[in-house]
Design a protein around this ligand. Structure first.
Ligand code: DAH
Length: 336
């Protein structure tokens, strides 16, 4: 018995552990109910009476020693773990990948900034609209062929509800809720039922402008658009207005700017003409004012609508419209 006690005592001296699991294994091996030391206590009753005193003492010492050793090791393991968990403030940081603004947002914000300098405020409207705001109020009577100019997504079973095809719908949203003078800019997403290709998408972005007040003239419109073109594309930019047709404006025009890619000399982007179309505009049709209870004998107004993708292409020469909605970071990272 004495020998075994000495043997186990030597084992205890060489206890080592790197984890709490290893320590627990040691505890079970020696100190649990069926552990080696507990086993010795069971055998104690067979020890001859004259040795009981000495062996008893040795046994108690062995048990205390093992328990003490395990406790000490436990403290060490826990301390080591705490050290390892500590924040190392001297470590070089990992680089944080910063996102970038989407090019369409960059350009949209620039457009807003340019117009806000001359008093335009941003107005909002829903993308899921009703027929009245998108067509009817804008002087598109039912069955009017001009409705076919824009391939519309309708909501099944609700022919009155549709995805807006242009931000002009915000014009009548605002004119029915505010009194002139009105000077708003409305950026937003619009939807058309088009086959997706490098040059067309089923959704894109527009910015609508509207100014309604007394004595607003076509000359005001032209000057504001010239200001915009030069702020956006540089002071040498030229504009030209071509007569056009929109149901909600009369007279109507489309505006071209001198191609800022070739400087007006002619290139593939402007198809050799030196000009690129960037927006539609005109004087608000009296019927539109009337639909919104604004007296066309007192007030006049102008409106314009431009395509954000168009402007972005002119600024950054993105050749494929689909890039704008694919969220490829190799594309997006270029706009830092
Ligand atoms: N809503 C027209 C479109 O989608 C653009 C437009 C043309 C807006 C003339 C206007 C405007 O405000 O006066 O294509």
């Amino acid at each position: 018995m004495k020998q075994i006690i000495e043997q186990i005592s030597a084992d205890v001296d060489s206890f080592k552990a790197d984890s709490l699991e290893e320590l627990e294994a040691l505890r079970i091996k020696y100190l649990s109910k069926k552990g080696e030391i507990s086993e010795l206590f069971n055998q104690f009753r067979d020890v001859p009476a004259d040795q009981k005193r000495e062996i008893g003492q040795l046994l108690n010492q062995l048990r205390d020693k093992a328990q003490q050793k395990i406790n000490n090791l436990k403290e060490q393991v826990e301390l080591k773990k705490q050290e390892a968990d500590k924040l190392d403030l001297t470590r070089t940081p990992e680089p944080i990948a910063l996102g970038t603004r989407h090019p369409l947002s960059l350009v949209k914000n620039e457009i807003i900034e340019i117009f806000s300098r001359i008093g335009f405020v941003v107005a909002d409207g829903p993308e899921i609209e009703d027929d009245w705001h998108v067509f009817e109020s804008l002087n598109f009577p039912p069955e009017h062929p001009a409705r076919d100019m824009q391939d519309t997504f309708f909501i099944e079973k609700h022919p009155d509800i549709l995805l807006r095809t242009h931000t002009s719908s915000v014009e009548t949203r605002v004119m029915t809720t505010q009194k002139p003078p009105i000077r708003i800019l409305s950026p937003g997403r619009v939807y058309r039922n088009e086959a997706i290709s490098y040059r067309a998408h089923c959704f894109f972005h527009q910015v609508e402008g509207l100014y309604v007040d007394k004595n607003v003239s076509f000359a005001d419109l032209k000057q504001v658009l010239l200001y915009f073109a030069r702020e956006m594309f540089g002071e040498n930019t030229q504009i030209r207005l071509r007569p056009s047709y929109f149901p909600f404006t009369e007279p109507s025009a489309e505006m071209d700017i001198s191609c800022n890619i070739c400087g007006g000399k002619g290139c593939p982007f402007c198809k050799g003409t030196g000009w690129v179309e960037i927006l539609g505009c005109g004087m608000v049709d009296p019927n539109v004012l009337k639909a919104c209870n604004i007296d066309p004998d007192v007030y006049t107004g102008y409106a314009f609508g431009l395509g954000v993708e168009r402007i972005t292409n002119l600024k950054y020469q993105v050749k494929d419209l689909r890039m704008f909605s694919e969220n490829d970071v190799r594309f997006l990272n270029q706009f830092k």
